[in-house]
Design a binder for this molecule. Structure first.
Ligand SMILES: Nc1ncnc2c1ncn2[C@@H]1O[C@H](COP(=O)(O)OP(=O)(O)OP(=O)(O)O)[C@@H](O)[C@H]1O
Length: 325
């Protein structure tokens, strides 16, 4: 049995169906990335999972208990960080965390020890006497994350926690989340930053207009939606012979095995190359080098040639249509 089981979740706001028949599972010790455009239904789903809103229909089981029928039973298991979190300005980092530890009912030495261990884990200890209003965005976000960890929840629900962070703070956040998963926590994280999710998540769920379009391991999702592949861009020094040279190059490329698509736009050829699952970056380089050799040895005047392996962003663009509810 998975730690979290979401079955046929629906949330209607009047005529608007913000969440439409969403089902997925989340295992302890894993990170699930929830990806979708603005208005897709991510925050609504997360608020329901945090017991702050009730579904119109559907069931959610956390550790075997119904979140809809017995929210009080499951709340101690949940740590929720909303997309807009606040920190009180006139308190220090320690006072802020201690206040929430009291609110969670922690007492005496247990509370002091818990606040200290959360500060240690999040790297906030050196800042414990600093006013939260004086912290950077990244540090404020750590305080908010620390707050969600005080009662040692089994499930973390983090709504766009990487939003607005600089690259270093994002990497540090990623490391913290991985450490939490390694401790056995289940983490549900939403984001628009797709490449960030690809690196951090074990599985991904793509949502649009309230519906889950695809779920699975990042590599499986890629294979299902775009094929496991690479994209090459070829530009020719073709001069007056432009169209004929491009047509010649296109014909040559289409004769090669493994090419799923060749398009000619914006002054370049864009080539989709299908790859076997598990193909390494070095093998992609070799496949690209073979294609370049074919073109050059046939006299095609290649002046620019680049390639990249398809990523989660490509999978996302291929399954979503940019529709907003
Ligand atoms: N309380 C509410 N009342 C009415 N409509 C709502 C309410 N909350 C959300 N919605 C609508 O439900 C849809 C889903 O919103 P939601 O905030 O869940 O999307 P999201 O994927 O989190 O988007 P974003 O990335 O912009 O936060 C949107 O059309 C939104 O306007």
């Amino acid at each position: 049995m998975s730690l979290l089981e979401v079955k046929g979740l629906r949330r209607d706001y009047g005529p608007l169906r913000a969440v439409d028949d969403v089902s997925f599972e989340l295992e302890a010790g894993t990170i699930l990335g929830f990806i979708g455009p603005n208005g897709a239904g991510k925050s609504t789903t997360m608020r329901i999972l945090a017991t702050l809103d009730a579904p119109t229909r559907g069931e959610v089981l956390l550790d075997g208990h119904s979140l809809v029928d017995a929210p009080d039973r499951v709340r101690p298991l949940i740590g929720y960080m909303p997309d807009r979190y606040g920190t009180y300005d006139d308190v220090t980092v320690w006072e802020f965390l201690d206040f929430f530890a009291r609110a969670y009912g922690l007492k005496g030495a247990v509370r002091r020890q818990r606040v200290a261990s959360v500060m240690e884990f999040t790297g906030l200890h050196p800042l414990k006497d600093k006013l939260t209003s004086a912290l950077s965005k990244g540090m404020k976000q750590r305080v908010a994350l620390g707050r969600t960890l005080l009662h040692d929840p089994k499930l973390l629900i983090l709504d766009e926690p990487a939003d607005g962070l600089d690259p270093r703070a994002r990497i540090e956040l990623r490391e913290l989340l991985r450490a939490l998963a390694d401790q056995g926590k289940a983490v549900l994280i939403s984001s628009h930053i797709l490449t960030e999710l690809a690196e951090i998540c074990d599985t991904c769920a793509i949502i649009e207009q309230g519906r889950l379009l695809a779920t699975g391991k990042v590599a499986e999702l890629l294979a299902r939606s775009t094929g496991t592949g690479a994209e090459l861009e070829v530009r020719l020094a073709a001069g007056a012979e432009g169209e004929a040279a491009y047509a010649h190059a296109e014909r040559l490329l289409l004769e090669q095995p493994g090419l799923s698509q060749v398009t000619h736009e914006a002054g370049s050829l864009h080539v989709r190359l299908a790859l076997e699952p598990g193909t390494t970056p070095a093998q992609v380089d070799e496949a690209a080098a073979r294609l370049l050799a074919v073109l050059v040895s046939a006299g095609v005047p290649v002046c620019a040639f680049s390639h990249r392996q398809l990523n989660l962003e490509d999978a996302f663009m291929s399954v979503t249509k940019g529709r907003v509810a």
